[in-house]
Design a protein around this ligand. Structure first.
Ligand code: FMN
Length: 340
């Protein structure tokens, strides 16, 4: 957890527009963790937290938290190429959870991360319930700040989305992981399912502390000359601006359940601007994830932080949390008119 000294270090030498420069309006508490900004850098888009720090001018301090690449019990090589493909307003990916395995992540990678810069969240995947539990247990005994369980990966044959599409199985994974960690547990929900509200409700009952909404949406692309799927795995997960309206609706739906239980949401899917981030926050997200946008603008977080801070100032709001879930539906407006 971030203490006062760490917060002071976050604010020191902060570049203009960084989260740290505008700490008070943007800072929030998420599952007991202090985030300097509502922005969370998303799993699979920032390697193991070190990748973008090689870009001059990029700072992990601009993000409230960073989610590491999906990690499994043993190392995985991932899927055959092609593994990514650009689509109109988005991209398809089928990486297949390439990662060096939890032992390497805990022993070699975590000690290299600077935990004074931001919060680091592990992203756990597995082919079996036992694998989810084992990886969660390893991260529990590490300095990681929180653990996100990915029951929604569309790019592996077993596990992943197979768990996330069925509320019973989702709840079983969450309950089993809950038993082996006291760290904040975030469950990442799949949009590729019939009733995301029911799944959210079951995950909350099973003990998740927060929900991440949404993972990528299944899609494909075809090479017409070769008459072959472009993606080696045939199908891949669609991300980027193309999925934003879908993601926004899912956050709105999940908030109807999560809001009642005060379970925070990391809203994500196609966020590229402050306007996008504000929409997700108004729909009910306490924090907002940025993934694909980083591939073409590594400094996007700074712009989003600036834009959110400007909106708060213009609208007389002291802190970003005042905006969470403030969506006024037609019914709210009608009720207000009647009571007024
Ligand atoms: C190349 C790539 C790899 C990803 N890998 C993971 C992963 O390992 N675990 C996970 O939970 N989500 C993974 N995701 C999904 C993202 O974390 C995020 O939920 C999704 O891309 C939607 O956000 P965006 O539109 O801002 O990218 C990946 C996404 C991309 C583009």
């Amino acid at each position: 957890m971030c203490d006062n000294a760490a917060m002071a270090s976050l604010e020191k030498d902060a570049p203009a527009g960084s989260a740290a420069a505008a700490t008070r309006p943007l800072a929030l508490e998420f599952c007991g963790l202090r985030f300097a900004s509502p922005i969370v850098l998303l799993s699979g888009c920032v390697g193991f937290g070190e990748e973008y720090t090689r870009i001059e001018g990029f700072s992990n301090r601009d993000a409230g938290a960073i989610v590491l690449k999906g990690t499994t019990g043993s190392a995985r090589l991932g899927n055959p190429p092609h593994r990514v493909f650009e689509t109109p307003a988005g991209m398809l990916n089928a990486i297949g959870l390439q990662n060096p395995g939890v032992d390497h992540v805990v022993r070699v990678i975590l000690p290299q991360l600077d935990f004074t810069e931001t919060r680091f969240i592990a992203n756990v995947s597995g082919s079996t319930l036992e694998e989810y539990v084992e990886v969660t247990r390893r991260f529990d005994a590490s300095p990681i700040d929180a653990i996100e369980i990915n029951i929604s990966c569309p790019n592996v044959k077993e596990g992943g989305v197979a768990f996330g599409n069925y509320p019973d199985m989702s709840a079983q994974v969450v309950a089993a992981c809950r038993r082996v960690t006291k760290k904040p547990l975030i469950t990442k929900l799949s949009p590729n399912q019939t009733d995301i509200r029911e799944n959210a409700r079951r995950c909350i009952e099973a003990g998740t502390d927060a929900l991440a909404v949404i993972n990528t949406i299944m899609g494909m692309a075809i090479d017409v000359e070769e008459r072959r799927p472009v993606i080696g795995n045939v199908q891949g997960g669609l991300s980027g601006p193309a999925i934003k309206p879908i993601a926004l609706l899912k956050v709105h739906q999940v908030y109807e359940v999560a809001g009642l239980h005060r379970i925070p949401i990391i809203g994500q899917g196609g966020i590229t601007t402050a306007q996008d981030a504000l929409e997700f926050i108004i729909a009910g997200a306490t924090a907002v994830g940025v993934g694909t946008a980083l591939f073409y603008d590594p400094f996007v977080c700074r712009r989003i932080n600036e834009g959110i801070a400007a909106y708060l100032a213009t609208h007389g709001l002291a802190n970003v949390t005042e905006l969470v879930g403030t969506l006024r539906t037609a019914k709210d407006i009608a009720d207000c008119a009647l009571s007024g």
